[in-house]
Design a protein around this ligand. Structure first.
Ligand code: TRP
Ligand code: ZN
Length: 881
């Protein structure tokens, strides 16, 4: 437990390590009451370090007992070193030596889920970012890369499977019913990529032939009850391996690639070298237990972790300020993969939605930070949407600016130049510059400046000259610690449409003969004016096509223009975007004047979407989703949450009543026969059908009720079953809803991933998920304070998705969340700090809410022994004015 105020770590203080580790020899003795870790480090002074300090400092955290220290085989007296809570200091060491350390740790009591811990009876590890120091004393920083040899010893009956990174080189039996396996990883790696697993697991095997015809052993390890839920992840893995060869020329390097599923995990998954560890909910799937969304998420996370083998492991981060070097690039890679194997437009819509809803909010809040931060207290707090999603957008903009071929030249150069090194985001950009010959010096501001750029677009049409002028002003709002920002280099993709919906050539000069139908304008100054020639009428602009940059665009669209773009823009993303903007505008006008009617234009626009089956149904499925409450709140100044909720509900009700026949027709038209498949087409049809059902039940349509009940009882897949359950939970049919929830639980109570979905559908429902319901769910026997997925599916979903309940007038939602954070802070600070996030935006809300949120934060601040994780978030949220 912390006693003093946590220190801030600064990028500007980076120094190369004073000592390097060439080799790590580990021996784990695993027992029920603890584990003994024997660690031998082959160390030498770093020739690149200018430190003349004779002493050696190693990091440690929560290590129960330091049993012994030896230097070159000789046990050291206690006076030769100092053993503090978080540091082991050896007063004097030679230039080259072997250091032996034996520690005793207690994985069975590790509730933080960092380092070595137990999850449903098995041992597993999570070492990123700074978990290795919870296993043994070590220079725990990513620029110290070493070869690891790991011997794992445990009881053979309880733990028949013993895994670590690399290849198994030796195994055998030991006395007392124990056994061991020794693993050797030939690739030097930072300790955050170390992994160990020991358990009673079933093994699923497959293989992959690489581009150079090497056969790779693919193995998944899961608890026996999950044996039938591995196929999808395995198939996804093989697709990802092929894709990385084809698109990036990257081949897998070890002979074995392993994936392990664990139920207790703080994040989604971890790219440990050759031994990826996954949160069960991000890897296990069967048609009966996982929704289409889960299937797609699993595919992208499996790909993400696999892609890290090159973007993260072979080339890793110099320090944690460079986190986006691996995360931004790897998210970009997994997004392109998902786009290629699915529907590119839909994937772009999903990424942009996430960014505009949640990352823009982060950028506008007290934790705003650049893609490459300058300081942090607790690095785990910086595994953010900014590092991941905005970081991915930044890489994507380089891709847009260079084009696919030069981008590939750049990534080839990056991997070749830096293979085996720990590098910076600047090294990445330099490789892109060197390969392409482009100057990205201004572009680098995307890594340095935080905040979301705002583009204000004005236009005018010169009838006589046939010239259309587009003026774009950019500015970036102030963020904590950053003011007066410089203009950034922004790729701004556009097109122009004629009044009859035809794309117009973009003539930047009067005699431009080969004018394209779309183009990427490059914004570099605070203001730019572009002229388009040879136009006979005022065009309708299609702006920021494909969401070509993570920015906000302001342009005075009329509802007519938006309706027009919804049906005519050749850019699918912008069709969707026009629909969203129209819906936002309609909902917002009801927020401000409750007497107003729902715009008939919106109803007609949705009517034509529902009627026209020649349209891309995957896009239609997305267009029918109204903007979320979270997005509407993000767009508003001092949002009135209950009013936003009511206005959105009114629009939904009005649409459902006005379009009842179309919804029923859509429902029936999209009923699938034949085996369940997760193709973009089938996913779109299930999504459309479930949206239609949800809308019908929203207004308690009797026919809808009948359809929902039979769909709930008869469907052969979780997407449809959950679609029906969700529709019932959000309807007024209380009896049917209770029945369905009870049936569902009875059927699936032994499957944690399904129980989590059952929790989430209730805690996220504004109809049923009031605080009383949340308390009830937390008292349910399936709820588990030690399991992050359960906490997320009840408390996280309540505070993040059930917004009218969370923002209830009396402030009870805020107090409730603060209470849970205080409680969780002792057992799992990482999860506690993530849970605080909805409260951090208190300044955005009108004082009636904002003050209550603030005082909830203060009750967390006042807890004694607050973790560094929660301390940082709470203090930064309350700081300044
Ligand atoms: N590197 C992991 C990923 O993005 C992230 C991760 C997994 C993580 N577990 C963690 C980060 C625990 C911090 C703490 O794929
Ligand atoms: Zn990652």
């Amino acid at each position: 437990m912390r006693t003093s105020q946590p220190q801030t770590i600064f990028l500007k203080d980076y120094r190369v390590p004073a000592f390097l580790v060439d080799h790590v020899d580990l021996r784990f003795e695993l027992f029920e009451d603890g584990a003994r870790v024997h660690c031998t480090l082959a160390m030498r002074r770093n020739p690149d370090s200018d430190s003349s300090d004779k002493s050696l400092e190693l990091d440690g955290d929560s290590l129960t007992t330091l049993e012994s220290v030896s230097l070159d085989g000789n046990p050291l007296e206690g006076s030769a070193y100092e053993d503090r809570d978080d540091k082991l200091t050896l007063h004097e060491v030679p230039d080259q030596f072997n250091l032996g350390i034996v520690t005793w740790i207690e994985p069975q009591n590790n509730t933080r889920l960092e380092g070595l811990y137990k999850s449903s009876g098995m041992f597993c590890t999570q070492c990123e970012a700074e978990g290795f120091r919870c296993i043994t004393y070590f220079p725990d920083r990513p620029d110290v890369m070493a070869r690891f040899r790991t011997r794992v010893e445990a009881d053979k009956t309880r733990y028949p499977i013993l895994l670590s990174n690399g290849n198994d080189v030796e195994k055998g039996d030991l006395a007392d019913g124990r056994h061991f396996v020794t693993w050797e990883d030939p690739f030097p790696k930072p300790c955050y990529l170390f992994a160990l697993v020991a358990g009673d697991l079933v093994e699923k095997r497959d293989s992959f032939k690489t581009m150079s015809a090497r056969d790779i052993d693919l193995r998944m390890y899961v608890e026996p009850r999950n044996a039938e839920k591995c196929d999808h992840a395995m198939d996804s893995l093989k697709r990802a391996m092929r894709w990385d060869e084809e698109v990036y020329g990257r081949e897998y390097d070890l002979d074995i690639f392993m994936i392990v599923a664990v139920d207790d995990f703080n994040m989604g998954a971890m790219e440990n070298k050759g031994l990826n560890i996954f949160n069960s909910s991000c890897v296990l799937a069967s048609q009966e237990t996982a929704t289409d969304m889960a299937f797609q998420r699993i595919e992208s996370i499996v790909a993400h972790e696999y892609f890290h083998n090159w973007s993260g492991n072979r080339v890793t981060c110099r320090d944690w300020f460079q986190l986006s070097l691996k995360e931004g690039f790897t998210v970009f890679r997994d997004s392109c993969f998902s786009a290629d194997v699915g529907s590119p437009t839909v994937k772009r819509i999903e990424d942009a939605t996430m960014l505009r809803t949640a990352q823009f909010a982060e950028d506008a809040g007290p934790m705003a930070h650049p893609v490459r931060p300058e300081s942090y207290m607790e690095i785990t707090n910086f595994y953010t949407l900014t590092i991941y999603e905005k970081g991915s957008e930044v890489v994507g903009m380089i891709h847009t600016l260079l084009g696919a071929d030069l981008f590939r030249k750049g990534s080839d150069l990056y991997f070749e130049r830096h293979d085996g090194q720990a590098v910076t985001t600047d090294d990445f950009v330099r490789a892109m510059e060197d390969a392409s010959g482009r100057d990205l010096s201004q572009f680098r501001l995307w890594y340095e400046q935080s905040g979301t750029p705002e583009l204000t677009v004005r236009d005018e049409f010169d009838d006589a000259a046939g010239i259309y002028r587009l003026t774009i002003d950019q500015s970036i709002p102030d963020t904590p610690g950053q003011t007066n920002k410089k203009p950034q280099h922004i790729p701004f993709a556009i097109g122009l449409l004629s009044a009859d919906g035809q794309p117009l050539p973009l003539k930047l000069t009067a005699d431009d003969a080969e004018a394209p139908m779309d183009c990427v304008l490059e914004l570099t100054d605070a203001s730019h004016t572009f002229e388009f020639h040879g136009l006979s009428e005022r065009p309708v602009p299609s702006l920021l096509r494909g969401f070509s940059a993570p920015v906000r665009v302001f342009y005075p669209w009329t509802r007519e223009q938006l309706t027009f773009l919804m049906s005519h823009d050749p850019d699918g993303f912008n069709r969707w975007d026009a629909g969203q903007r129209l819906a936002v505008d309609v909902i917002n006008s009801l927020v401000s004047s409750t007497g107003e009617n729902v715009d008939a234009g919106l109803v007609e626009a949705y009517r034509s979407l529902l009627a026209d089956s020649s349209l891309d149904q995957a896009l239609v499925a997305k267009m029918l989703q109204l903007p979320s409450e979270a997005y509407l709140i993000e767009l508003a100044d001092q949002p009135n949450v209950p009013a936003i909720h009511r206005a959105r509900e009114r629009v939904l009700e009005h649409l459902a009543r006005s379009l009842r026949d179309e919804l029923l027709a859509c429902y029936h038209r999209n009923t699938l026969s034949g085996p369940y498949e997760v193709t973009p087409e089938a996913v779109a049809r299930r999504s459309l059908r479930n949206t239609a059902l949800a809308w019908l039940l929203h207004v308690d349509d009797e026919e809808g009720r009948t359809l929902a009940i039979s769909q709930f009882n008869e469907s052969d897949n979780m997407t449809d079953r959950m679609g029906a359950l969700r529709a019932l939970v959000n309807s007024g049919y209380e009896k049917e809803q209770e029945q369905a929830l009870a049936d569902f639980y009875r059927q699936w109570k032994d499957d944690p991933q399904v129980v989590e979905q059952w929790f989430a559908v209730q805690s996220g429902s504004s109809r049923t998920g009031g605080l009383r319901k949340i308390h009830e769910l937390m008292e349910h026997s399936a709820f588990d304070w030690k399991n992050p997925n359960k906490i997320r599916s009840v408390i996280g979903v309540f505070a993040g998705q059930n917004l009218p309940a969370f923002h209830a007038e009396d402030g009870a939602g805020y107090q409730f969340l603060a209470e849970q954070v205080r409680k969780l802070d002792d057992s799992n600070p990482q999860i506690a700090a993530r849970l605080v996030s909805p409260l951090t935006r208190w300044r955005k809300f009108a004082p009636v809410h904002g003050d209550q949120m603030k005082s909830a934060l203060e009750t967390i601040r006042d807890k004694s022994g607050l973790s560094r994780d929660v301390y940082e978030v709470v203090h930064k949220s309350l700081a300044g004015q």
